[in-house]
Design a protein around this ligand. Sequence first.
Ligand code: DC
Length: 228
Amino acid sequence: MNKIIITIDGWSACGKSTLAKRLAKALGYVYIDSGAMYRAITLYFLRNHVDWTDIDEVNRALENINLQFVFNPAGKASEIYLNGENVEYVIRDLVVAEKVSEVAAIREVRTFAVKQQRRMGKDKGIVMDGRDIGTVVFPKAELKIFMTADNAVRVERRFKELIMKNPNTTIEEVKTNLEMRDYIDSNRKVSPLKKAKDAIVLDNTNLTEDGQFRKAMEWVKEKINPAE
Ligand code: DC
């Protein structure tokens, strides 16, 4: 069957990864969470006290970072490894979330990540989610989805995820973090979050996970078999 590239961009905590994972599983495609790469780089910078306002330090640090995605059959998805260590869980901490937008705004960091993302898509058959996937990483992707949802719904969803890991999490800190990241992600100079002209908007405020999946699968089928 004709393999395509599917990009899913949008605001933080819109449910991009849930949809992306499901599509990849149904189609037998690779799923890549590009945000995990920026989070893993941020984790490395924090652990190694890298001063990311100093570009020479950033470049030296990037030379020591090796990122890999390894499929975990138990979770039925790929997980990210930083220099051989599985960091899939630890990169979701608020400590990383608080700094990741700053790190992701650095041009050198983006060049480093985008180069690897493009390599992963060279054989197509990939679903990648992020902020600039349809605009910068794969501008020629066959199917581009731009996800959005009401702010309150997004805060509630992310709060439910984080409270399970840390019972001290407050809804206010989650809200502040999402607002701050959305602001930085959509206002930065390099590859800001924006809808690609040819992306289809999927507002999932009032849609179930099944509803979103069905809609997206219809779009996929139109792209794979345009004549049908
Ligand atoms: O998708 P996420 O929330 O895990 O992404 C973490 C951060 O990484 C997000 O605040 C912005 C940044 N990011 C980016 O700049 N470009 C991408 N393609 C993916 C994520």
